[in-house]
Ligand binder design. Structure first.
Ligand code: ADP
Ligand code: 5GP
Length: 193
């Protein structure tokens, strides 16, 4: 079984977490995204089991009661998101390195639960988040407003994570993220007994 650290990518909505993770996985095929479960609606182009496991509220609750989640959070508009134990186990068994994309509270919870977890905060200015979320246009203006209000709080927590990557230029940020992950993996391999 793999003893590599779990990599958690966090930060506000619109910072580019999903985009950067997709690029990171292209550059480092040994990494694998642990697919979270959510009760939010599927966006155009999203596939069940790829971006998320899309559960209805009853199914999410049933899985919660069954103890299937390592952590979960209610994000904006009352939608739930949770990390499935089964995803972490599947990736570990395959001797691959697990990458999670989580909001900030979930990121800290995983860090507490799994020793050696590496947390990476992806950042951009609030003005830039607003511009990106409006251009992405996957949420209503009301929901974008909720996400931006939360972003103010999340940006203040940035220094509580192990690394900070400012996603200004996408290619530059992807290269920095890759460098951070490679360095952390090398470090963990060296201190492994
Ligand atoms: P998150 O997963 O953090 O919510 P996304 O990866 O969905 O963010 O990115 C939000 C939007 O911003 C997407 O439309 C994406 O194409 C765009 N984007 C991501 N990174 C950059 C960047 N460096 N410059 C400009 N636009 C970006
Ligand atoms: P989105 O709706 O934009 O896909 O995700 C909203 C937020 O939920 C993002 O910050 C994303 O990182 C976070 N998220 C996704 N999956 C999980 C999860 O399993 N647990 C937690 N705590 N947050 C998650």
């Amino acid at each position: 079984m793999s003893s590599a650290p779990v990599i958690v990518v966090t930060g506000p909505s619109g910072a580019g977490k999903g985009t950067l993770i997709a690029e990171l996985l292209r550059r480092m095929p040994e990494l694998e995204h642990a697919v979270s479960a959510t009760t939010r609606e599927r966006r155009p182009g999203e596939v069940d089991g790829r971006e998320y496991w899309f559960f209805n509220p009853e199914e999410f609750e049933r899985r919660l009661q069954a103890g299937d989640f390592l952590e979960y959070r209610v994000y904006v508009s009352g939608k739930r998101y949770g990390t499935l134990h089964s995803e972490l186990e599947r990736i570990k068994k395959a001797e691959r390195i697990c990458v999670l994309e989580l909001e900030t509270v979930g990121a800290m919870a995983v860090k507490r639960c799994i020793p050696g977890t590496v947390t990476i905060f992806i950042s951009a200015s609030v003005a830039e988040l607003e511009r990106r979320l409006k251009k992405r246009a996957t949420e209503t203006n009301t929901e974008i407003g909720e996400r931006l209000r939360l972003a103010h709080e999340q940006l203040e927590q940035a220094d509580e994570f192990d690394h900070l990557v400012v996603n200004d230029d996408l290619n530059r940020a992807a290269t920095e993220l890759e460098r951070v992950v490679r360095r952390e993996l090398a470090l963990a391999a060296r201190i492994k007994p």
